[in-house]
Write a protein that binds this ligand. Structure first.
Ligand SMILES: [Zn+2]
Ligand SMILES: [Zn+2]
Length: 270
C-alpha cells in the first residue's frame, strides 16, 4: 500500500508540546520510514466562524498557515499537503468556512471529540448510548458539507472509558447507513492509530484491536475510500503509521481503497 500519513500535528497545534514536532523533522523521519505523502493537520477554528471555544480561538487560519514558512524547500521527494483538523459541534456548527476550506489541501473533521464537554458535547451527556447516538448523528451531519475531505478518527470517543461499550451501542445497519452516506459524498474515512490499541503497545481493558475491525469492513463494503493517520503530536509517534499500515494491509485493504487525496497527489509527485 502507498505509504502515507495525513493526520499529523506540529508545534502549531496548541496541544502539541514537543519542540521537536516541526515539519522539517517530520519530513526527515517520513523519508526514513518510506512515506510518499505526509499531510499536516493542525487544529483549526476559522475566525470567520463564531463560537470558538477559548482553546480554539487562537488557532485560526493565519495561525496554522505559519506552517508555510516552516516547510523546507527540499521535501526529499515526499509530497507534503497542508490541511487541518477542524471541529464539529452539532446543529450544523462546524469550525471552518467554505472559503478557508478551499485554501487548504484537505480538511479533516472529527465527530468524536466528545471529551470537549460543554462545547462538542452537552455537559450532561455521559451514557454510552448518548455518546454513540451523538457520534452517529454528527457523522451523518458532516456528510452534508461538501467542502470536507475526510472524517478524523471516526467513532473513536476521545477521553472516554468503555469504548467497547459505546461502540456496541451502534448496530451494523446504522454503521452501513453512515458509511454509505460518506461513500456517496466521496468523504474519506480515516483509519487512525488510536483505533488499534496494540499499536501503542499498551494493554487496555476498554477496547482491543477487534473493536473497530468490523466497522472498517462495513465502511469498505459501503464503498468508502480511506486514508491513514498516526495523529502524531510528536515525532516519536510517527512510526506508528507503519504498524497501522501493516494492520490495514492484513485486513485486505489495498491502494484501491485509498482516497484520491492521497493517491492523486502521489501520482503527480512521481
Ligand atoms: Zn482529533
Ligand atoms: Zn488530531
Amino acid at each position: 500500500m502507498l505509504s502515507h500519513d495525513i493526520h499529523v500535528h506540529t508545534i502549531i497545534s496548541e496541544c502539541c508540546h514537543e519542540p521537536d514536532a516541526t515539519p522539517e523533522n517530520y519530513i526527515r523521519l517520513a523519508k526514513d520510514l518510506g512515506l510518499k505523502v505526509i499531510g499536516f493537520s493542525d487544529h483549526l477554528w476559522d475566525s470567520a466562524v463564531d463560537g470558538a471555544s477559548k482553546w480554539y480561538s487562537t488557532q485560526n487560519f493565519d495561525h496554522i498557515m505559519q506552517i508555510k514558512d516552516m516547510i523546507p524547500v527540499d521535501t526529499q521527494g515526499i509530497k507534503v499537503l497542508i490541511g487541518c483538523e477542524t471541529e464539529y459541534c452539532g446543529n450544523g456548527k462546524i469550525g471552518i468556512s467554505p472559503k478557508v476550506a478551499k485554501q487548504l489541501d484537505f480538511v479533516l473533521v472529527p465527530i468524536s471529540h466528545v471529551h470537549m464537554k460543554g462545547f462538542v458535547l452537552p455537559s450532561w451527556m455521559n451514557t454510552p448510548e448518548d455518546i454513540a447516538n451523538t457520534m452517529v448523528k454528527y457523522f451523518k451531519d458532516v456528510t452534508n458539507f461538501d467542502f470536507i475531505t475526510g472524517i478524523a478518527h471516526p467513532f473513536y470517543p476521545l477521553g472516554h472509558e468503555n469504548i467497547d461499550g459505546i461502540i456496541s451501542c451502534i448496530p451494523d445497519d446504522v454503521f452501513m447507513e453512515c458509511f454509505s452516506m460518506a461513500a456517496e459524498k466521496g468523504i474519506s474515512i480515516e483509519i487512525n492509530a488510536c483505533h488499534f490499541p496494540s499499536i501503542k503497545g499498551v494493554e487496555t481493558e476498554t477496547y482491543n484491536d477487534e473493536t473497530f475491525l468490523n466497522m472498517f469492513l462495513i465502511a469498505k463494503a459501503a464503498g468508502c475510500k480511506f486514508h491513514l493517520g498516526s495523529d502524531a503530536h510528536s515525532i516519536d509517534v510517527l512510526p506508528r503509521i507503519i504498524k497501522l499500515q501493516k494492520i490495514v494491509e492484513d485486513l485486505g485493504f489495498t491502494d484501491e481503497d485509498i482516497h484520491p487525496i492521497v493517491t492523486d497527489n502521489a501520482i503527480k509527485n512521481s
